[in-house]
Structures are given as C-alpha cells and as structure tokens.
Design a protein. Structure first.
Length: 59
C-alpha cells in the first residue's frame, strides 16, 4: 500500500464522517454507533494494508 493512498482514504473517510455528523439529522446515539463502526473498519483495513493483520476471510 502506498502512503499517499492511505492518507487520501483517511482524509476522505474523515470528511465524510464530518459531513454526516454535521448535516444529517440523526439521533446522537446513531451517529456515535456509525462513527465507531467506521473507525473500526478503517483500523482493520489499515492493519491489513500494512500487513500487521492477516487476511480476514469468511468461508
């Protein structure tokens, strides 16, 4: 994985989360759950991309 790709993806995900949190009228609990889920997915993606976490396959 290229460092530029990682930075671009992190910026895009951050901006999208900011837009959702700012402009989408949702309950605070739902926004919090959405933020946690997105952050967990990004962390897993990042760890897989850096080779620190093996491939997660569902058979």
């Amino acid at each position: 994985m290229d460092l530029v790709n990682i930075v671009v993806v992190l910026i895009v995900v951050g901006v999208l989360l900011w837009l959702v949190n700012t402009y989408v009228p949702m309950d605070g609990k739902i926004k919090q759950i959405l933020n946690i889920v997105v952050v967990i997915f990004v962390i897993i993606w990042l760890l897989q991309g850096l080779g620190l976490l093996g491939s997660l396959r569902i058979n």
